[in-house]
Design a protein around this ligand. Structure first.
Ligand code: ATP
Ligand code: MG
Length: 565
């Protein structure tokens, strides 16, 4: 394609609104344009990359016998009411009404639609297993759309759903998907790691996320240097071993004034104790009932673990107003010593401390020398907190290491979470009706495009991996006004196009502008027709290493072939 015909609105300046490097480069290299917060147009170069990523995904899905479909984006509310998610999904679900006032959603994911699709069609276990996938635009009204395509409100996803008669069959497909995901991400040039994750609101009980390692990542991954252990920090288990120390004498409980003390750090300084001698009290509403959860002052409560301990997604932090009504104090002065009827749960590490500090449920007052059992009792102890870097890992392989990751994909065992309420049944080999077992598998296609840029760039711009580059070769004539250059350029454009996708910079711009744009756009191989055109000599440069050589046109085909091997 001639560059004069392609729409590539490159920018000279880094757009101020873009924090993430990939977002800056996507705008600067003229790949996307913002239309509304978290909503973008994909311009010609981005469209080509999306197509290349999608093609790789298709090949790998078909290799594991998944078949492509296109399901509706516009989804009936009735289906979401059947699964119970019309309520549960919350404000992220984009809802709308048609002219007859019937309710719909714009699909954020397709478990409901696909379950309704197959329950009307599948009759016998002999039709299983079945895996359907699609590549399509999804909608989620994210609270904080940001980082360009990394967290959009409208984005492209590959989603797949598998249907099985039993758990064994499901686990086989799950493993096939897991391996296919590694192949896909390797092929598109991403360095990823599969990590154990929490299954969250989508349900099920076994899941892995695929993370592209990158400092901009919003997830923390906990991993081991000595084993293949890797988990999302939300999931990473904290190992509690009772401390060896002998219990201190229990001093008498004392209420002290702690004026204007807001944080644990302030309180520690004010009372001259370490934060680990302070117990924080958090109030959660679990299925409508308030509970207290205690963690040490130097630890942070992990809401995902609260959900998993109570086995429900219906967990929210109590508001300041709820807390005031319940305990008569602000969040900074709460504690478990109360005559109010509220159950107290505690992180396992609370068992190790005595004579600790807790809030007195009275603004600006705390108790010192509080002790378990003597002053209050705990329903039970659990792992309620985030692991810290350096703590022991649950697989016994050593210390926890941390890294940041971008979640580019996830595979889930769903079990019967949707099949049961939506009555997706099939006749088994005994001729009896049986509920189906399901899995679901997503890849953020547009997020993957951004993640590829996060991992493949330099100060000059994008460095596309060959597999997904918008073009294979960037052909540039330095001065198209010179006949020999223009003629050789046109000739090479014709011949190279037979084997490669070629972007031909035929624009009447200065050489410096063309080279800057070429570095920014990041096509893997650059072929430059310049002052030696008359002798049949051109320059060939690799975008990744910067290595450049003069090559005679008779040897060009072999030379480029070599670069692509
Ligand atoms: P996140 O935790 O980042 O919000 P998620 O776990 O809710 O993502 P899934 O439901 O697992 O997302 O969706 C499958 C994939 O779709 C994700 O792994 C991610 O790559 C992509 N994805 C999800 N939300 C977005 C978004 N807002 N913008 C771009 N891609 C997204
Ligand atoms: Mg996910």
């Amino acid at each position: 394609m001639k560059q004069s015909k392609v729409f590539i609105p490159t920018l000279r300046e880094v757009p101020a609104e873009a924090e993430a490097l990939s977002h800056q480069l996507l705008l600067k290299a003229g790949l996307i344009q913002q239309n509304a917060a978290g909503v973008y147009s994909y311009l010609p170069l981005a469209t080509r990359v999306i197509q290349k990523i999608s093609e790789i995904i298709r090949e790998e899905m078909e290799r594991i016998e998944a078949v492509e479909v296109i399901m509706p984006v516009l989804q009936h509310a009735e289906l979401w009411k059947e699964s119970g998610r019309w309520e549960a999904y919350g404000p992220e679900l984009m809802r709308l009404k048609d002219r007859h006032q019937r309710e719909f959603a714009l699909g954020p994911t397709h478990e409901e639609v696909v379950t309704a699709l197959i329950r009307n069609e599948l009759r016998s276990y002999k039709q299983l297993p079945l895996t359907l996938f699609q590549i399509q635009t999804k909608f989620r009204d994210e609270k904080r759309p940001r980082f360009g395509l990394l967290r959009g409100r409208e984005f492209i996803m590959k989603d797949a759903y598998s249907f099985h008669i039993d758990e064994d069959s499901l686990m086989k497909t799950y493993n096939d998907m897991y391996n296919a995901y590694y192949r896909i991400f390797n092929r598109v040039g991403l360095n990823v790691r599969a990590v154990m994750a929490d299954s969250g609101a989508i349900g099920g009980n076994h899941t892995h996320e695929f993370h592209a390692l990158s400092a901009i990542g919003e997830d923390t991954i906990v991993y081991s240097d000595n084993s293949d252990y890797a988990a999302n920090i939300e999931k990473a288990e904290v190992i509690y071993t009772p401390s060896e120390r002998t219990r201190e004498t229990e001093n008498s409980l004392e209420k002290v004034e702690t004026p204007n003390v807001k944080t644990v750090q302030d309180l520690a300084e004010f009372l001259n104790v370490s934060p680990s001698q302070i117990v924080k009290t958090m109030i959660f509403k679990v299925q409508g009932e308030y509970v207290m959860i205690l963690v040490r002052g130097d630890h942070e409560v992990n809401e995902v673990k609260v959900k998993s301990v109570f086995e429900t997604d219906d967990v929210v932090m109590a508001t300041d107003e709820d807390i005031q009504n319940l305990l008569g104090a602000k969040p900074g002065s709460l504690g478990p010593i109360t005559d109010k009827d509220i159950k107290v749960y505690a992180d396992a590490f609370i068992q190790d401390i005595d004579n600790f500090v807790v809030g007195a449920n009275e603004d600006d007052y705390h108790y010192i020398n509080a002790n378990l059992e003597r002053d209050f009792s705990v329903e039970c102890f659990h792992d309620f907190r985030f692991i810290l870097e350096g703590e022991p890992l649950s697989d016994g392989s050593g210390e926890a290491k941390f890294a940041e990751g971008i979640e580019v994909g996830q595979v889930f065992v769903l079990g019967q979470k949707y099949a049961e309420p939506m009555k997706a049944t099939i006749l088994n080999d005994q001729g009896r009706e049986q509920t189906l077992t399901m899995g679901c598998y997503g890849i953020g296609v547009s997020r993957t495009l951004s993640a590829i840029i996060e991992q493949n760039h330099d100060d000059q711009g994008i460095i596309w991996p060959k597999s997904v580059a918008p073009y294979d070769i960037h052909l540039i004539t330095i001065n198209p006004k010179k006949d020999d250059q223009r003629e050789l350029g046109d000739e090479l454009y014709q011949t190279l196009q037979k084997e490669y996708d070629v972007l031909y910079d035929d624009r009447k711009e200065r050489a410096g502008v063309k080279f800057n744009d070429a570095d920014l756009i990041g096509i893997p191989v650059r072929v430059v027709v310049g002052k030696n055109a008359g002798d049949g000599i051109i320059e060939v440069k690799r975008r990744d290493t910067g290595e450049s050589n003069d090559v005679h046109i008779n040897e060009l085909a072999d030379y480029i072939q070599q670069l692509n091997d």
